[in-house]
Design a protein around this ligand. Structure first.
Ligand SMILES: Nc1ncnc2c1ncn2[C@@H]1O[C@H](COP(=O)(O)OP(=O)(O)OP(=O)(O)O)[C@@H](O)[C@H]1O
Ligand SMILES: [Mg+2]
Length: 498
């Protein structure tokens, strides 16, 4: 009997990584062990569904995967079984030395999860070594601390080069960014700093990633948010989100937890008040993961009992984990015609609800709920890629506009994502009726302007780094949580598939 099974998809990933990623002749278990290492870095436990392999790819013995029974003398292979068992022991907090079967189960789960994350995160054609370094070596702070004092000095030198004199009075480390508080010798230098941000970033070797100024409220002191090297970042996991979601929130109907601010404090806002959201960002900037974080916020939020989600996914992959598990409250639509019909129905539903609200004499659904006069659910529609939807079925756009204009009070909300924030994809009327915006990293400042009405998103650091504009609030920078398919599975299962 084999010890570890892979799926056909896993085998393809292994082959792709060997041929186009590592680009050296190596055995398959090299990739499997890298996948294991990658999975062990993710705090959320891998989903049990990984135990079942639908389309079988290959089978492996522990001799191959962990080198069991292979002596030091044998060429190229060593026995790492105990080391790996020990690592899995720590991760699972189970005694896997006493339970061989459980050891193999967890080993397979982690290898398969790691391979799945490779598929998601590594884009063919990109440098696999670079990707791996970032994934496996992120969060090694000690290395960074040694350099930190240096960096404050470098910042002052960089400021000096644009004619600004000042001193660093304090620095605060957030998950990805260090905020330096700089007291300017001459307040007239403030303009020089604001205009010279690109030059400062250039002098510090930050490439496209920018330095962002922040107000501090202290006299003559400006805050400068400087991104750190990626191997010092702390990734926020889906587990963080679930913890925050457990904190009670008064007067909030649909709390969303996209991530933390620059200093690491969790950020939340109420979708019911916003009342619709546009999410834009270039490919690979973290839109889908951001949408997952918003969906999980709703599924664990205060109104989870009175909630219906319609997930429109023309790309057919992103929302698949929700469809796979199946919950009565979630409808996943991959067919654009079906989605268009659903949106038309929702426009009707909106009209019916408007009449119902008038009849019982309440302003909005929240008031109807509070007074016990209405017991109808909130409805949130997610569109994974607007461009794919409206190009194939232009009528869908009209429905979305109607909903964006009028659905607010009736408890129907939209979250619309696109990787093409341009005038062609985003109808002006739709855009102007979606007041709240999330911009992940974009390529051009013009795209940032379309999403946020100002530039800045082109200087973000990618991987879930975002700027959030909520109606009536100043722009906020947020680092997103990294939600995995395992988090999604855990949440839906814990709800008992309701
Ligand atoms: N919050 C996050 N923290 C850390 N890494 C992240 C985060 N969000 C995204 N990433 C990284 O970026 C990769 C791409 O994310 P995602 O698939 O969400 O991008 P996308 O914008 O939806 O891309 P596409 O337009 O191609 O669909 C992820 O696999 C992950 O490696
Ligand atoms: Mg995506």
């Amino acid at each position: 009997m084999a010890d570890v099974y892979t799926s056909r998809e896993d085998e393809k990933t292994i082959e792709d990584i060997l041929s186009r990623g590592l680009q050296v002749k190596a055995p398959k278990w090299t990739v499997m062990r890298l996948a294991l290492a990658h999975s062990l870095r993710i705090p959320s436990p891998p989903d049990e569904a990984l135990d079942r392999v639908k389309e079988k790819g290959s089978e492996y013995k522990l001799e191959q995967v962990t080198g069991q029974g292979q002596g030091r003398s044998s060429v190229g292979q060593q026995d790492y079984t105990d080391a790996i068992r020990g690592l899995l022991n720590v991760y699972t907090r189970e005694d896997l030395f006493a339970d061989d079967k459980a050891f193999r189960t967890h080993l397979q789960r982690h290898i398969r999860r790691g391979l799945r994350e490779f598929r998601r995160g590594w884009r063919d054609g990109h440098d696999f070594y670079q990707f791996l370094y970032q994934e496996l070596c992120a969060g090694q702070e000690q290395e960074y601390e040694a350099e930190e004092t240096d960096f404050g000095v470098r910042l002052i030198v960089a400021l000096g080069e644009i004619g600004v004199r000042g001193e660093v009075t304090e620095s605060q480390d957030g998950p990805r960014i260090t905020r330096y508080l700089v007291r300017l010798e001459d307040p007239n230098h403030l303009d020089l700093v604001r205009r010279g941000l690109d030059k400062i970033a250039f002098a510090l070797g930050l490439q496209k990633h920018g330095v962002f100024p922040v107000e501090t409220g202290q006299p003559k002191v400006i805050g400068l948010d400087v991104p750190r090297p990626r191997n010092t970042w702390k990734t926020l996991s889906g587990q963080n989100l679930l913890e925050w979601a457990r904190t009670p929130h008064e007067g909030v109907s649909l709390p969303l937890w996209p991530g933390v601010d620059v200093t690491g404090t969790p950020v939340t806002f109420d979708l019911a008040r916003q009342p619709h959201l546009l999410v834009g960002g270039t490919t690979g900037s973290g839109k889908s993961i951001c949408l997952h974080a918003l969906i999980l916020s709703l599924l664990t939020g205060v109104q989870r009992e009175r909630l219906k989600l319609f997930l429109i996914d023309p790309k057919k992959v992103e929302f698949a984990p929700y469809a796979k598990i199946g919950s009565k409250r979630i409808t996943v639509m991959t067919d654009v015609d079906v989605a268009q019909e659903k949106l038309a129905e929702l426009v009707e539903e909106m009209e019916t609800r408007t009449t119902a609200l008038e009849k019982v004499g309440v302003r909005d659904l929240a008031e109807g709920h509070r007074k016990g006069l209405l017991n109808i659910p909130y409805i949130v529609v997610f569109v994974e890629e607007l461009a794919d939807l409206v190009q194939q079925v232009p009528q869908a756009e009209e429905h979305l506009i109607r909903l964006a204009q009028k659905a607010r009070a009736t408890g129907i909300h939209l979250v619309i994502a696109t990787q093409r924030p341009d005038a062609r994809t985003l109808n002006g009327l739709l855009r102007s009726n979606i007041p709240s915006r999330i911009a992940l990293t974009v390529q051009k400042s013009t795209e940032s302007k379309i999403i946020l009405d100002e530039t800045g998103a082109e200087r973000l650091t990618g991987a879930g780094d975002m700027l959030i504009r909520l109606s009536g609030e100043p722009l906020k920078r947020v680092h997103g949580v990294y939600v995995t398919d395992d988090d999604i599975a855990a949440v839906i299962r814990s709800e008992g598939g309701r």
